[in-house]
Design a protein around this ligand. Structure first.
Ligand code: SAM
Length: 272
């Protein structure tokens, strides 16, 4: 009898909440993609503004990162992989796709105070962005900045080279998609980041390995119940992995994977 009750409750729940939510999500997704392919929307900008499909995404992710001690792990692991950088008297830390900049704010609090944080993003109308701090060590640049032109973007604030470029689910993530056969977009961003880095400088990307089942589960829980069980999409590393046997990247970078599970990061040190 109990089992029948559980089954009926489950079916009712599915009928009332899950099915309409999924239908709504699929219809919105198809509509957004149609607008994008017809060139009416530039998805990179629209997704993150108020009312956009990913508007609530950053806050949910920041809460999740806090829960798993991602920030402390980031500092620990990058210190292990690039001790030479942390010995420098001044360090330039650039985030080309910062969105609200909450990750950077948290890292700024944790990191040694000799680091200059420079934040920017392609989207200009992000609601609730981190504020530039008056001590000049934490600057969120106003305007739209494409990570594919990072060198020129940095020149606008008189910076010639960065020591750390952190690109978490940002410009590199957006430079490829399922239909991509050549990885041309990824090579282009790596070339630009290479031009923007000091020798020995590093690019850091997120590298958690997620199965599609887990992603679907996380998305359903988040969309239906506003519960964050984990990341909502594949990591940057997962997205670009198939293109990493690349002459340019092999020649100019030394790759290292650090950290475990949801805290996993991939670092690319500029070696030539
Ligand atoms: C999923 S959010 C990630 C934001 C942030 N790094 C984080 O982890 O919370 C992706 C961000 O990348 C930005 N973006 C996408 N393509 C970009 C590009 N070509 N140059 C700079 N930013 C870009 C988007 O505007 C968006 O703010």
């Amino acid at each position: 009898m109990l089992n029948v009750n559980v089954l009926v409750t489950f079916l009712l729940y599915a009928a009332i909440i899950v099915i309409p939510s999924l239908t709504y999500y699929c219809v919105m997704d198809i509509a957004f993609n149609n607008l994008k392919s017809s060139g009416i929307l530039d998805l990179k900008d629209w997704n993150y503004v108020k009312g956009g499909k990913l508007y609530r995404w950053p806050d949910a992710t920041y809460r999740y990162l806090k829960k798993i001690n991602w920030y402390e792990n980031f500092l620990l692991k990058t210190k292990e992989v690039a001790p030479h950088i942390y010995q420098l008297p001044n360090i330039v830390f650039v985030s080309p796709s910062a969105n609200k900049g909450r990750i950077e704010e948290k890292l700024y609090d944790l990191f040694p105070k000799k680091i200059d944080f420079i934040l920017m993003d392609y989207s200009r109308n992000i609601d609730g962005k981190a504020n530039t701090k008056s001590n000049g060590k934490f600057t969120y640049l106003e305007g739209s900045f494409d990570g594919n032109s990072l060198k020129a973007n940095l020149a606008k604030v008189d910076i010639r080279f960065a020591d750390i470029i952190m690109d978490i689910r940002g410009c590199i993530w957006y430079s490829t998609d399922k239909k991509d056969r050549t990885g041309e977009g990824i090579t282009r961003v790596f070339k630009e980041y290479h031009r923007s880095l000091n020798m020995g400088g590093i690019i850091i990307i997120d590298a958690v390995k997620l199965r599609s089942k887990t992603i679907t589960r996380n998305q359903i829980f988040y969309k239906c119940l506003n519960l964050v069980l984990g990341f909502q999409e594949v990591s940057t590393y997962q997205k670009i992995e198939r293109f990493l046997e690349n002459d340019f990247i092999n020649k100019h970078f030394h790759k290292e994977i650090v950290g475990e599970g949801s805290n996993c990061l991939a670092t690319f040190k500029k070696i030539s």
